[in-house]
Design a protein around this ligand. Structure first.
Ligand code: AMP
Length: 468
């Protein structure tokens, strides 16, 4: 399928060509024609699927045909949970609209409001905003919604996780009832469906599972290590593997700072990004990470969300996230754009419960490997694979049309290993094979043998990792 078959106009096709996209991704194939009809759309799509172009291109096309935007007015509003995502979405929009006479702008907190008020004065066709700053601007009469035609909620699930529900409700009250509403979310959990029902009318529902943001293309490893040894173990691992670009997750902002400082003093150029950092510091850290001047970016879950770094080779969990779904989000940062990625977790004995939850969600035991010199004094107990948790069916949206059926698209790619990672229980060559099912016994650090870990692939269960 080509972009021209989706009904996009020439100026957009030209920009797409300049961006170097040769064919539309699955979510784009579904979302672009659906949005061009003018109907509301509810789409399940994660970062990395090409979802931004999936909504931005048809939104721009619909706006291109409309009236001139009045002072302080906006015609399309895109709400995102984080500043980084807002900036990224607007950058994409800027590129896609190169050959159209449309104006876009981005507004978010953490930076001065006055320049944003000035930009809005002449009216903008597409405004990308985080909810809090948008409300501040509204209160100052800097933005008006009478001309609003299209509302997009990007990463709606994350907005709810981050507690934006009240801001969203406040914003909805300000918008004209007659509008096109588009809601994009990684999951269709109950709370997302409830929100969707209050925002959309008779929506077309789309669900596309990305090829590479679920567990199947990602090589996962687990290193059992004492809590007090995590940072030295991390330093040793990064140096030993000679990784050049590593995203490290920390549960806390304070932890992220500490880790980045320790890595830096160990000779690994690093920076931390989290909500307490100024917008300028976050942007600078991200730029340095992208251009290779720092090797390690240490991020909290919220700060990492929405960062678009394509083909990130390695993600490390210095501590396990509190919720199993966040593990899937975290490791989904790697192996993007069709390339295989690695996800490593440094796990201490006290994190056994989180580990069990994660393994239950992804329906596989994460292979354990040893790191020379870091055998834990407090061993991490063996985990057993528990049956998947029953997932409550989301409430059906009020929609009787045949288009309402969710259309999952799976790539069906099986897990592959390249067997290159060293340290994978060196005593057992069988563990370095090419199979996703491993066999044989592996040796622990103390030389005692333990039963093999099986990698179980259950396509049904994997589908749930996306929706859970
Ligand atoms: P997104 O899921 O919107 O964050 O997009 C992920 C990445 O895929 C971005 O870097 C986009 O520029 C890129 N992308 C989007 N659509 C396509 C496409 N059709 N072909 C190639 N790359 C794309």
């Amino acid at each position: 399928m080509s972009f021209s078959q989706l009904g996009l106009c020439d100026p957009l096709l030209k920009s797409i060509k300049e961006k170097g996209y040769s064919s539309p991704s699955p979510i784009q194939q579904e979302a672009i024609p659906a949005i061009l009809t003018g109907r509301d759309v509810l789409a399940a799509a994660q970062t990395g699927t090409g979802k931004t172009a999936g909504f931005a291109l048809p939104v721009l096309q619909r706006l291109a045909a409309g009236p001139k935007t009045k002072a302080n007015h906006v015609r399309a509003l895109i709400l995102t949970p984080t500043r980084e995502l807002a900036a990224q979405v607007e950058t994409n929009i800027r590129e896609y609209k190169t050959h159209l006479r449309l104006k876009s702008a981005v507004v978010f907190g953490g930076v001065g409001i006055n320049p944003q008020m000035k930009i809005l004065r002449s009216g903008v066709d597409v405004l990308v905003a985080t909810p809090g700053r948008l409300l501040d601007l509204y209160q100052q009469n800097a933005v008006k919604f009478e001309q609003l035609e299209i509302l997009v909620l990007d990463e709606a699930d994350r907005m709810l996780d981050m507690g934006f529900i009240h801001d969203i409700k406040r914003i909805l009250k300000l918008l004209p009832a007659q509008r096109q509403s588009l809601l994009f979310s990684a999951t269709f959990a109950d709370n997302v469906m409830t929100l969707a029902e209050s925002i959309t009318r008779n929506p077309i529902k789309l669900a596309v599972t990305p090829a590479n943001t679920t567990v199947e293309k990602i090589e996962q490893q687990l290193v059992a290590v004492d809590k007090s040894k995590k940072i030295p173990a991390l330093t040793s691992l990064i140096k030993q593997q000679k990784w050049q670009q590593v995203l490290v997750f920390s549960r806390t902002k304070h932890g992220a700072n500490r880790i980045a400082a320790k890595l830096e003093s160990a000779g690994l150029p690093s920076a931390a990004i989290h909500g307490n950092k100024s917008q300028g510091a976050r942007t600078a850290a991200l730029k340095a990470f992208k251009d290779g001047s720092i090797k390690v970016l240490v991020a909290t879950d919220i700060a990492a969300r929405g960062i678009d770094i394509s083909e990130l080779p390695v993600v490390i969990n210095l501590d396990l996230p509190n919720t199993a779904a966040d593990y899937v989000h975290r490791i989904g940062r790697t192996g993007r754009a069709g390339s295989a990625g690695q996800a490593w977790s440094l796990v201490s004995a006290d994190e056994l419960d989180q580990l069990k939850d994660i393994e239950r969600l992804i329906q596989q035991l994460i292979p354990r490997v040893t790191l020379d010199g870091f055998a834990p004094n407090q061993p991490l107990a063996e985990s057993k694979l528990l049956p998947p948790k029953k997932i409550k069916k989301p409430k059906k949206a009020k929609n009787t049309s045949s288009e309402a059926a969710v259309k999952p698209q799976r790539t069906g790619k099986s897990h592959q290993r390249d067997g290159k990672s060293p340290q994978r229980n060196n005593n057992n060559p069988q563990r370095n094979g090419n199979n996703s099912q491993r066999s044989g016994k592996a040796a622990d650090n103390d030389g005692q043998s333990r039963p093999p870990r099986r990698r179980r692939v259950n396509p049904q269960a994997k589908r749930k990792t996306v929706e859970a």
